[in-house]
Design a protein around this ligand. Structure first.
Ligand SMILES: *Cc1c(COP(=O)(O)O)cnc(C)c1O
Length: 378
């Protein structure tokens, strides 16, 4: 039917009603008037909330515009990731994770193993997870991967996993549903941290799981109720409010990221430059096949000669905050190695492009690269 921008500004809104707001405010309630039997849509605040209902409908429309989908929102991306893994997997099951995915996956792996679940890993690039699927109950994909920006073929992996009776989940955080729709490519779950580009202002933590399978949705919802990892009504409302500008932000940030990556190609001190939108990137061909052409995300990653060089670069930037996370309206960058969780070189920079004028941002980055090279011996 409609285009993404049009869908995003109306997603999840109630029908127009005279003298009511177009997006009703957050509902703060621990319990609801509940006569008789405990049935009805709203009972207790850990189970249900009208602000979640509207947000979840909205995200479902974006992740799955052409087929009914069920979305369950969570307190954070990790709450959503954990909900899928721990609601699907039992003692004795096997799961396939990427070995280059989000930095908390190794901690999740240790937890799964302590519950008697076999964890296998393989890199995102080259669809290497295909090689370890036999007998697995669940395949977990992260594409583009964070922070290495490798891309795998969701459709191919999903078909191979389904042929072996495995479920498939895709972490769609980096692309957002406007950049990539995993359910249409065959995944059973699209999971994301809304903390990043979805909300885009660096002021909300939230996560979600979307699936077209009502039984899987029930199981994920029951997990949320059991562990209580619920989003606050204010966070849910802020997230819903942010969706209206998602298309604008994704388009501007993706264009800025491509412009920055293109400019960085000219710098001799920059190695390992990655951005899925760069025609020369090893992931570009596959990214084009499964992502929206002008929406390859805000993240550019690259490596400077060493840690000191990277730190001088970050300190010399004036329009870019040295901060973690990504996808926000203000550009951020960080030396990823400071966390110790990712297998990246000491000079590795994960750069997230905001909505600044690309020319201003590129000038700032080039100036900081000049300063970083001039100030040191590297
Ligand atoms: C940030 C992130 C998460 C975790 O999300 P939180 O909201 O920080 O809990 C999961 N996956 C990816 C790819 C992320 O970037």
């Amino acid at each position: 039917m409609t285009g993404d921008s049009t869908r995003a500004v109306r997603a999840g809104l109630p029908a127009a009603e005279a003298y009511e707001p177009s997006l009703p405010g957050p509902v703060f309630a621990a319990h609801y008037h509940l006569p008789g039997d405990a049935t009805g849509p709203y009972t207790y605040g850990r189970d249900s909330n009208p602000t979640w209902t509207r947000l979840e409908a909205a995200i479902g429309e974006l992740e799955s515009p052409d087929a009914d989908a069920h979305t369950v929102s969570f307190a954070s991306g990790m709450a959503a990731v954990s909900a899928v893994l721990f609601s699907c997997l039992r003692n004795g099951d096997a799961v396939v994770l990427p070995d280059d995915g989000y930095q908390l996956l190794p901690a999740v792996r240790a937890r799964l193993e302590s519950y008697g679940i076999e964890v296998r890993t393989a890199p995102t690039a080259g669809d290497a997870q295909l090689g370890v699927l036999d007998g697995a109950r669940l395949l977990w994909i992260e594409t583009p991967s964070n922070p290495g920006l490798d891309v795998c073929d969701i459709r191919r992996l999903a078909e191979a996993a389904h042929a072996r009776g495995a479920l498939v989940a895709v972490d769609n955080t980096l692309a957002t549903p406007l950049g990539q729709r995993p359910l249409e490519l065959g995944a059973d779950f699209s999971v994301a941290s809304g903390t990043k580009a979805l909300t885009g202002h660096g002021d909300v933590l939230l996560g979600y799981v979307t699936t077209r399978d009502p039984a899987l949705a029930d199981s994920v919802r029951m997990w949320r109720k059991t562990v209580g990892a619920i989003p606050g009504p204010m966070e849910a409302w802020l997230t819903h409010r942010s969706l209206a500008t998602l298309a604008l932000r994704v388009r501007q940030q993706s264009a800025g990221a491509l412009a920055l990556a293109t400019a960085l190609r000219e710098r001799p001190e920059v190695t390992g430059l990655r951005h899925p939108g760069l025609p020369s990137d090893p992931a570009h061909e596959q990214a084009v096949r499964q992502m929206r052409a002008d929406r390859f995300g805000s993240v550019v990653s690259f490596t400077l000669p060493d840690r000191a060089h990277a730190e001088r670069f970050l300190a010399a930037l004036t329009l870019v905050d040295d901060a973690t996370s990504f996808g926000g309206v203000r550009s951020t960058a960080e030396r990823r190695g400071r966390w110790g969780g990712d297998a990246v070189p000491e000079g590795f920079i994960r750069f997230s492009v905001g909505v600044e004028e690309p020319a201003d941002l590129i000038a700032d980055v080039m100036g900081a690269l000049d300063a970083a090279s001039g100030a040191g011996s590297s």
